[in-house]
Design a protein around this ligand. Structure first.
Ligand SMILES: Cc1cc2nc3c(=O)[nH]c(=O)nc-3n(C[C@H](O)[C@H](O)[C@H](O)COP(=O)(O)O)c2cc1C
Length: 198
């Protein structure tokens, strides 16, 4: 299957550090790998409405939600490129992930079955020099991948505050060169003991 990378940009400003770092990593992808980039600030999603226990979700048509849904279903690899906001993903990103809950329950989509086995990746920029500050974001993506039966490629971290700062983080730029070449094992819940004895 041809690999198709969907880059979901979650910053609330354009040309920020997260996007710069994601583009540095994407430059290394071979030409035959398709890339789709969607900036959530330019394609805002409506607030997610939880209808799980009232009625069925209906497949969106012709709007930003439909654009994101179709791109998500078509992607073999989903890259969440979110700046670190309050130690986790940005609100734009979180809203996108919340919509997954609706898509999981939209008749006819087979959302979970489609995404199972595909790969989730993260890219983030943060102002803290300490990488541990991004652990909640990494945990969010890792556990979400586990819930979906997806592989998880980990999170590419870069340091910076104002736009362009990350281009001075030479360690991050070096990591970007091989980031998408790394192995992405199936994500596991830490409390999942299945196969623990194997
Ligand atoms: C709302 C908000 C919350 C932030 N929270 C954190 C944080 O918790 N930890 C951190 O290290 N940096 C934090 N920052 C700084 C950004 O992560 C940093 O400026 C990053 O480079 C922004 O990425 P961008 O240029 O892609 O937008 C925050 C910035 C904003 C605007």
């Amino acid at each position: 299957m041809t690999r198709r990378f969907l880059f979901v940009l979650g910053s609330s400003r354009s040309d920020g550090n997260t996007e710069l770092l994601a583009r540095a990593a994407a430059e290394q992808l071979p030409d035959h790998v398709e890339q789709v980039w969607i900036d959530l600030a330019r394609h805002p999603l409506p607030d997610f409405e939880d209808l799980r226990h009232d009625s069925d979700h209906v497949r969106p048509k012709g709007d930003n939600t439909a654009l994101l849904l179709d791109a998500t279903l078509a992607a073999t690899d989903i890259v969440i490129a979110s700046p670190l906001y309050w130690y986790s993903v940005s609100a734009h990103t979180k809203r996108y992930l919340d919509h997954w809950s609706g898509w999981l329950r939209t008749p006819g989509l087979d959302f979970k079955q489609t995404l199972a086995g595909r790969t989730l990746w993260g890219v983030t920029a943060l102002a803290h020099p300490e990488e541990e500050a991004a652990e909640p974001l990494t945990g969010t993506l890792n556990l979400s991948a586990a819930y979906m039966g997806m592989r998880f490629g980990g999170v590419l971290l870069g340091n910076g505050s104002k736009p362009g700062d990350v281009l001075h983080d030479s360690a991050a730029l070096a990591r970007a060169k091989t980031f998408f070449a790394r192995k992405a094992p199936f994500a596991r819940f830490p409390f999942d003991t299945q196969d623990a004895a194997a």
